[in-house]
Design a protein around this ligand. Structure first.
Ligand SMILES: NC(=O)c1ccc[n+]([C@@H]2O[C@H](COP(=O)([O-])OP(=O)(O)OC[C@H]3O[C@@H](n4cnc5c(N)ncnc54)[C@H](OP(=O)(O)O)[C@@H]3O)[C@@H](O)[C@H]2O)c1
Length: 431
């Protein structure tokens, strides 16, 4: 059987460069294991004069991405340049030319995934993106194939290593947010501009993908609520620990009787929760379903080598499809379904409130919560010299009611400040 498959790569940076090295250095081992002779035909970069930590024969590198797609010896295309443009249109061009596409680009899939999957379907070619969520952790294929028959209830994930590293440093080493971020940047976990990570936007793109695959309903990035970790303080992480919780930035995709709700925000997880022990830059995805009960996938969520391994797995899969010669249909089809607005979701809230230390303050606060249909579960008070800090955990109530209650409490004359609000994991939130 003819086993050679020509590969075109768009981008040869952290992930693409690692992939090039794997395809050259491990070619014999891959051939021995899979029977496939994977050959790099062309690879596009932006700057041809840049020094690379890999070597390829003359003529392989180009600064024209279309030259990669249009090369007749390129039978499948790997997009690892990142960003929405021109990556999206390049992928479209490759799919329209009936070439399978593999990408690690979560931002693009969350924005244009439904369209790209439909074009791949129409052309009968694979469009694979195992590396887009969880880096080296196999999660896309388990969700869309292995678990296709499971009626998944919930997917919860720590899907951003930078923020998990920062939160771990804050909780375990008493570093404040700025110190921990600086260390993450020095170690190469965080970008010079860390906004996408710390704001929760990167995790929201991954949450959109996980939710879409788990429930078979396309959830676009715009329907994912996200809140970041920028405002978390050491005091709140310490309070959470004292109350038996660990704070994590968690992506939650949940199927409730009222619809699918997908969101990213800091969450106080009970210490015994499977995600509570995930430390440093490690990623983990926790899945709950009626027959599989609970599954936990954990490992390196980023980095050139682990991510390239996930890309390589997709390359091998697509190469097999090419050699089999059959038209492929996507592993998953997307139907219609209700999307539940985040404001409707029920959660418990933790609040830290600075108040005047005088009689009647607690009663006034409790009254405002009651008037907004939110009941208080627990209260702790600590204070001296006329000033006190109240810590509250509320019972579950709709997000919009919690917000209205907090606004009303913030308006009381005896309340100096509502310093922090944070959601608390209390099991299923939507029912
Ligand atoms: N890094 C990770 O750990 C990781 C993990 C999971 C997923 N991902 C995803 O993988 C993708 C690639 O990430 P990365 O970290 O490898 O990025 P990167 O290091 O910035 O590499 C991007 C590559 O694309 C090339 N490129 C960019 N724009 C181009 C254009 N218009 N024409 C031709 N070439 C262009 C760059 O060329 P030059 O080299 O000449 O600049 C570079 O080789 C992104 O979608 C990212 O979200 C990354």
């Amino acid at each position: 059987m003819e086993s050679a498959v020509g590969i075109g790569i768009l981008g040869a940076g952290v992930v693409g460069g690692s992939l090039v090295r794997r395809l050259t250095e491990d070619n014999d081992a891959i051939r021995a294991k899979t029977g496939l002779d994977l050959r790099i035909v062309r690879a596009a970069v932006r700057d041809l004069s840049k020094e690379r930590d890999f070597s390829v024969p003359d003529g392989v590198l180009t600064d024209d991405p279309m030259a990669v797609i249009e090369d007749e010896n390129v039978k499948l295309v790997v997009e690892v340049m990142g960003g929405l443009d021109p990556a999206g249109d390049l992928i479209l061009a490759a799919l329209e030319a009936s070439k399978p596409v593999i990408t690690a680009n979560k931002e693009l899939i969350a924005a244009r995934g439904a369209e790209l999957i439909a074009v791949a379907d129409r052309n009968g070619v694979p469009f694979l993106f195992e590396a887009a969520v969880g880096g080296g952790i196999p999660i896309i294929r388990p969700l869309s194939e292995t678990l296709a028959g499971e009626q998944i209830d919930t997917v919860m994930g720590i899907v951003n290593g930078t923020t998990n590293f920062i939160l771990t440093r804050m909780a375990e080493d008493n570093q404040d947010f700025e110190q921990a971020l600086k260390e993450a940047q020095q170690l190469g976990y965080a970008e010079a501009d860390p906004t996408a990570d710390v704001s929760g936007a990167d995790a929201a793109a991954k949450a959109a993908i996980l939710s879409s695959l788990a429930f078979g309903v396309w959830v676009g990035f715009e329907s994912v609520f996200h809140e970041g970790i920028e405002n978390l303080t050491l005091v709140d992480l310490k309070n959470a620990a004292d109350l038996g919780y660990v704070v994590k930035l968690v992506a939650v995709a949940e199927k409730t009787p009222r619809g699918i709700c997908t969101r990213v925000h800091p969450l106080m997880l009970p210490k015994e929760h499977p995600l509570a022990g995930i430390r440093g830059s490690t990623n983990a995805i926790f899945i709950k379903g009626p027959t599989i009960d609970e599954l936990l996938f954990a490992g390196p969520g980023a980095g050139g080598a682990p991510t390239a391994t996930a890309v390589l797995g997709d390359v091998i899969d697509a190469a097999r499809e090419i050699l089999a010669g059959a038209e492929v249909s996507p592993a998953i089809r997307f139907g219609s379904g209700e999307i539940l607005d985040f404001a409707e979701i029920d959660t418990e809230w933790y609040l830290r409130i600075e108040v005047d230390d005088r009689p009647g303050v607690l009663a006034a606060i409790a009254h405002e919560f009651g008037a907004n249909d939110v009941s208080i579960k627990s209260v702790w008070q600590d204070g001296e010299h006329g000033e006190a800090t109240l810590l509250l955990i509320t019972h579950r109530a709709a997000e919009w009611k919690q917000r209205a209650a907090v606004a009303a409490v913030g308006g009381l004359t005896s309340v100096r400040r509502v310093s922090t609000v944070m959601r608390v994991d209390s099991g299923t939130a939507g029912r």
